[in-house]
Design a protein. Structure first.
Length: 422
């Protein structure tokens, strides 16, 4: 059964479309159950981030079409054209795609490291819910090894160009002195933590961290000397903040135009930078229509980071060479697995013949047959039984003129040139 990948990403669709196809962590278990129930789908894993939604599967027959139908119907039934945004890969191309994604070569920010952790989470979820079997286990584990090799052998991660870094770089285009700014960070995940770290490095002294789970906000606030609040408290603080960075898993927007319009009344035309890096979006799009508000989405960040990318591009070329070699090795391993059932059957048959012949030899000894006679019987009989099927096969091949079968038998049994000439 071939490997297959189906997906949509920042390379094929804007955030407005990607957010409709996004799976929150709470929806993935049910989605995995539905995918593996499709005809011809044996295993599956779903990777869903702000930049991509992808299904990795082991499929047969026309299951690739069924997967595309299911994804479009389930996530975006009102847009019949969404399937034109999908990309798909099979066999070696599917392996290559995952390796490139794991190494950050397919990311909006080239070489960003967060995607590897997200892939590991996707695989673990698939394992926990019985959707990932031996094939996907091999594929994902191998992708982790390749990603580690690329990180070790190249400088793909040498320069800070993560989404969080890009966000702070964007803020520097508007604000010169970060020590007087008050950022509001909405969320408490890895991206928000990285943003907090970059803000602190730029001199930010005070920040507010809002999260649905207040304890998570407290944990992050303690690291950076921030102030933790719940999501319901956000409106009360909007008049005091200069930057809002939002990255939550909320299925609905957290801030709308009306809420922000009220907060702007007392700001005396102080600019407010809002960077929404969540998918689905945390901030309603019409907020951008307000005066003195600068709203950017995750798609806008790709225009803010140009420095430090050149070294990553050079490293990416080195990484592509590593990936191509590793794709070849992985596919060789898979081809080797095709022989496993036959190898097991050959060994099982040989073991049965051995046990049968050994049992007969023991009976002969018990009956008083001389040991040397029993040993000769054992050696001759076992040899004849083991070679009966291949000998008959060679006779048929010779009668039918299948010389290639005879040549392959020489390789199979490791016969030297002397045997080939005789």
């Amino acid at each position: 059964m071939p490997l297959f990948t189906l997906g949509i990403s920042h390379a094929t669709a804007p955030v407005a479309i990607r957010e409709r196809l996004n799976f929150g962590p709470e929806h993935i278990p049910e989605a995995l159950k539905a995918v593996t129930a499709l005809p011809g789908v044996a295993e599956a894993a779903i990777l869903s981030t702000c930049n991509r939604t992808e299904i990795y599967a082991q499929v047969e027959n026309a299951a690739d079409t069924a997967l595309a139908d299911w994804l479009a119907r389930t996530r975006d039934p009102e847009d019949p054209g969404v399937r034109q945004r999908f990309y798909s890969h099979s066999a070696a191309a599917a392996v290559r795609h995952l390796f490139r994604v794991a190494c950050g070569l397919d990311s909006m920010i080239l070489g960003e490291p967060q995607i590897l952790g997200q892939i590991k989470d996707a695989y673990e979820l698939a394992q926990q819910h019985g959707a990932a079997g031996n094939m996907l286990h091999r594929l994902f584990q191998y992708s982790f090894v390749v990603a580690k090799q690329v990180r070790t052998d190249t400088r793909i991660g040498a320069s800070p160009v993560s989404v969080a870094y890009a966000t702070v770089r964007l803020a520097k285009q508007i604000y010169a002195d970060f020590s007087k700014l008050t950022p509001l960070l909405i969320g408490a995940g890895e991206t928000i933590e990285l943003a907090a770290r970059h803000l602190r490095e730029q001199g930010t002294r005070r920040m507010i961290i809002a999260n649905r789970t207040l304890s998570h906000a407290h944990n992050l606030a303690e690291q950076f000397g921030g102030y933790a609040i719940g999501l319901h408290e956000i409106p009360a603080h909007l008049g005091d903040v200069d930057i809002i960075i939002a990255s939550t898993g909320s299925p609905e927007p957290l801030l709308d135009r009306a809420t922000l319009a009220d907060a702007l009344k007392g700001r005396k035309r102080r600019p407010l930078l809002i960077v929404d890096i969540a998918v689905p979006r945390d901030i309603k799009a019409d907020v951008a229509e307000l005066d003195d508000v600068y709203l950017f989405t995750i798609d806008d960040l790709q225009h803010t980071v140009q420095e430090n990318l050149q070294s990553r591009r050079a490293a990416a070329r080195e990484a592509e060479v590593i990936i191509e070699a590793q794709v070849g090795r992985f596919m060789e391993q898979l081809r080797g697995l095709d022989a496993v059932p036959t190898i097991r059957a050959v060994r099982d048959q040989a073991t049965q013949l051995r046990d049968l012949t050994l049992q007969q030899a023991r009976h002969m000894l018990a009956a008083g047959t001389p040991p040397e006679v029993v040993l000769k019987f054992l050696a001759d009989t076992l040899t004849n039984r083991l070679l009966h099927a291949p000998t008959a096969y060679l006779h048929r091949a010779a009668l039918e003129g299948r010389e290639h079968a005879i040549r392959e038998t020489h390789d199979l049994f490791g016969l030297d040139d002397k045997h080939k000439q005789s």
